[in-house]
Design a protein around this ligand. Structure first.
Ligand code: DGI
Ligand code: FE
Ligand code: FE
Length: 188
């Protein structure tokens, strides 16, 4: 499917606000791909589809996780984590995307994981820094993203972990694993 067609499908599936966020992530991801000499095609597809399942109900997301053999473990953590893996499944099955890097960038866009590729890091960071975001500390991540993708992603993970801890929320293992790995990287 052509990019403009995918864009139309995404617009149909999402609320206006969610679609606009998606387009800002897409534009940010293309800027970063250009800066880091990564595949514009991969980050474009991943960014356009990363939140494709965001407007599904909890029931629909849960059913999709069960039906399509996604990790049951997800169901024991925050519902916010469900839409990435479900969107990755739809990207494969409906949009016929076969590139593993693109699929992984969609799948792990919320939690992060160890050994993220540059394409995954770009989508992960772009989701956090797109110009509509106003998280405390976002400006620091925007500056880091211009010089070092891994440092930027580490800061996103750190900010998110602190945010979740303050809310008394649980933290998905992949989020800790990604944070630990990127923190150890800095010391080497
Ligand atoms: O879908 P978006 O709003 O664009 O962004 P997202 O997919 O990164 O979702 C982020 C939300 O998920 C954020 O408010 C934190 C929340 N969240 C809940 N549990 C976890 C988590 N984020 C991470 N990284 N790890 C968790 O365990
Ligand atoms: Fe998301
Ligand atoms: Fe998003």
């Amino acid at each position: 499917m052509k990019l403009h067609k995918i864009r139309e499908e995404v617009k149909k599936e999402l609320s206006n606000d969610r679609y606009e966020h998606t387009i800002r992530v897409y534009e940010t991801a293309i800027e970063l791909a250009t800066l880091y000499d990564e595949s514009v095609e991969k980050v474009s597809l991943a960014a356009l589809l990363h939140d494709y399942a965001k407007c599904q109900t909890d029931r629909e997301l849960k059913d999709n996780i069960e039906k399509h053999d996604l990790p049951r473990q997800l169901l024991h953590y925050n519902k916010e984590l469900w839409h990435g893996p479900v969107a990755a499944m739809i990207a494969k099955k409906t949009f016929r995307i076969t590139d593993v890097d693109t699929i992984n960038a969609i799948y792990y866009h919320t939690t992060g994981r160890e050994q993220m590729s540059n394409v995954e890091l770009i989508v992960f960071v772009s989701d956090y820094i797109e110009p509509g975001r106003q998280f405390p500390g976002v400006e620091e991540v925007r500056q880091l993203a211009k010089v070092d993708l891994k440092k930027a992603a580490r800061k996103v993970l750190q900010n998110t972990i602190i945010f979740l801890l303050k809310k008394d929320a649980t933290i998905y293992p992949d989020t800790f694993l990604a944070y630990n790995e990127l923190t150890n990287n800095l010391k080497e």
